[in-house]
Write a protein that binds this ligand. Sequence first.
Ligand SMILES: NC(=O)c1ccc[n+]([C@@H]2O[C@H](COP(=O)([O-])OP(=O)(O)OC[C@H]3O[C@@H](n4cnc5c(N)ncnc54)[C@H](OP(=O)(O)O)[C@@H]3O)[C@@H](O)[C@H]2O)c1
Length: 246
Amino acid sequence: MAVSIDGARVLVTGANRGLGRVFAESLLARGAAVVYAGARDPAAEVSPEAVPIKLDITSPDDVAAAAARCADIDVLINNAGIMRLAPVLAAPDMDSARAEMDTNYFGTLRMCRAFAPVLAANGGGALVNVLSIVSWFANPQNSSYCASKSAAWALTNAARIELRRQGTLVTGVFAGVIDTEMGAAFAGLPKVSPQRVVDQALDGIEAGAEEVLCDERTRSVKAALPHDLTEIYPAHQARWDAAHPG
Ligand SMILES: NC(=O)c1ccc[n+]([C@@H]2O[C@H](COP(=O)([O-])OP(=O)(O)OC[C@H]3O[C@@H](n4cnc5c(N)ncnc54)[C@H](OP(=O)(O)O)[C@@H]3O)[C@@H](O)[C@H]2O)c1
């Protein structure tokens, strides 16, 4: 189910900055007919050639209004996300875990549910969820975010099954640290540029790919999953123990 970007009508969530803004600009550069740029703050600046849409994905009213306004889209890019840099147990309360789940899982789910009929009506198209290397393992430093991205991964895989018959390509995009404001929390780790992530994601959609793994670290972690307890977690345990002595 390859989907052409040239002539596509696309909605990108969280399109005012970071990866989302690069998605919007690259879609336009590749010939998308319309790019709706979702931003939760209506005063936020988006790419001048995009159509701004007020869209907080945690707001049922905003999502319903966007589904009505953007009823012509054939590609949805669920990019919006938050990361609070909170561990699951050492955090003072569950507020970060709830906020991350509310945005990254329930917000994305709300968008998928609202737009699945839109994509069906427009011939199938593509549903793209921006996931993460930490959909596959829990980094203790930001583990409640990891849990929300794991949940979004499960959602993506389930949505693919439900939407296959209507002809919708469901693509998960996975990356390690991306060089954006969110990625700034991870000094010292290798970073992939937002442009490189977007280029691979859009190439993936055009090739009908169901998963796009955007950097070497992401590919090696996916390959190590059958041995995650011995190949992935010991280094994280050592870092956690060093940062939390006693
Ligand atoms: N950066 C990384 O290292 C990394 C790695 C793997 C995956 N990702 C994923 O990539 C995606 C983009 O992240 P990024 O690096 O571009 O982060 P970012 O620079 O922090 O930008 C996040 C974007 O999401 C928007 N957003 C947050 N909550 C929202 C909501 N409730 N409704 C609508 N928009 C909302 C933000 O809007 P405001 O401007 O209003 O805050 C902003 O436009 C996220 O899904 C993230 O989890 C990031």
